[in-house]
Design a protein around this ligand. Sequence first.
Ligand code: ZN
Length: 611
Amino acid sequence: MKKHLSLLFLIITFFASAQNNTTYWQQHVNYKMDVDVDAEKYQYKGTQELVYTNNSPDVLNKVYYHLYYNAFQPNSEMDARLQAIVDPDRRMVNNLGTRENPIYESRIAKLKPNEIGYLKVNSLQQNGNDLKHTTEGTILEVELNTPIQPGEKVTFNMSFEGQLPEHIRRAGRNNEDGVALSMAQWYPKMAEYDFEGWHAHPYIAREFQGVLGNFDVTLHIDREYTVGGTGYLQNPQEVGHGYEDKNQKLKIKKGKKLSWNFIAENVHDFTWAADPNYTHDILVTKSGTELHFLYKNTPEYSKAWKEIQPLTEKALNYFNAAIGKYPWKQYSVIQGGDGGMEYAMCTLISGGKSLNEIAGTVFHEFAHTWFHNILASNESKHSWMDEGFTTYISTLASNKILRGGNDKPNANDYGGYYYAVKNGIEEPLTTHADRFNTNAAFGIGSYGKGSMFVSQLNYIIGAKNVKKMLKKYFEDFKFTHPTPNDAKRVAEKVSGLELDWYLNEWIETTHTIDYAIAKVEDKTITLARVGQMPMPIDVTVTYVDESTENFNIPLRMMRGNKPTTATVLKDWTWAHPTYTFSTSKEIKVVEIDPSQLMADIDRENNTFEKE
Ligand SMILES: [Zn+2]
């Protein structure tokens, strides 16, 4: 018996350690597409050759592709969700009621066959052999004839056709600004397979995730259309439209259409937009990046779209310095889409009639290049990682470049978060981005509370460490798919502090922070932890003689404290609800966290003033 037990123990420990020994890997894609566009009918037909490398340690018997445009059909999952959610995205519904008593109607439900979106796969082969495939909504399920072995490269050849839907969300025809073609999420796209398995998420509402790799895309489109998007144009002299070298001769062929060949490297997406009335400006920045601007050549838009150009260079400089150098030679700010949405090497922006309306959006979407395109976290599972870090850094950039700086640039995030807590709509940020109860909870959580994950770290580990963290996060994880734990580990490494508790409480629960001043007697202060979430505590005391003293009370489970000039007191253990310390002089005023970076949901009890 004893012998058996120890054998069993040996087996268990062997498997446990074997499982923990997997090193990081990620899949790789190489797309080559040739697509013929019928701009009048908003339809296109193409071929796709995809060289897929299985870098996983697993044998793959199936693969999955996204067919995003199938979402824009009556009774799709996106349509059903739109009809069920209490606060639908206003862009996607008609309001048949009043502002006070809205009656929403799904715009998807109303689409006619020539207005819907679709992506159809007409043929699919693996290494030259036909494959069985079925379309289930927005996902193509593919059974492989020959499983893909670990380390193996296979080639998938596909013919497909698509129809660009009426503009309802992110992509579509004739958007609100009148841009003809906003072509995001337009091609059959291999789903992500990673250490957690397949992520063949249906397209219900949220953004996308993809496998990093290379794209070689040729578009044949009516010659009057100017195209902007992901990738470097390979044949500018044959196309013109502002891409050409002005010192060289144009070699534009006759015919109804022009062929545009783009190449993009190390991206997880390929997006483009086209319009017959685009103006195309290029700004070559001092750091060498070419910024392209494509926008409608009309008086209502031109002014803002000219003014945004030098500011975009300033934003680039800001992000280069704060995070890491923009790795491509080109970035395009393109009028299209609805609001703003980030894509590889470009963004689609709409609604910008004044600089004020578009500047913040351009900054936000541009910042996503770092937190989504380069640090390519799983946006469906961890929407706070890309939206949160992006909101944090783009708010700081906007604050500096557009508003000349103020003390509490991230105050808006805190305001939104307090609103969500007060109204009981908050949900843990471990929720899948599509499945929050409300759009409000998703938005306030992913953008606001996600951003506060970083701004609050300024309070917990110190501002210098947060600056170091952003750079190290970029250096250590660029062109990979980092997880929440990876971001936390970077913060731990730069600060030397343990932050398990912080990731857990802030992201995985809806526990709230509330610290209070319970009692002040003579030279003795008693603090109380009212909320469930632990925090280290900064306290500023003003003495009767008008001098002030800052105190830092480390949280024991952090195993240390941030760099500080404050008087560091003994640890506060989380389980003890109160904490008492004494000062050397007579107390007049006590305040918990004057920086207001700690998200204390009740600041009323944070100050004491002697009568
Ligand atoms: Zn965003």
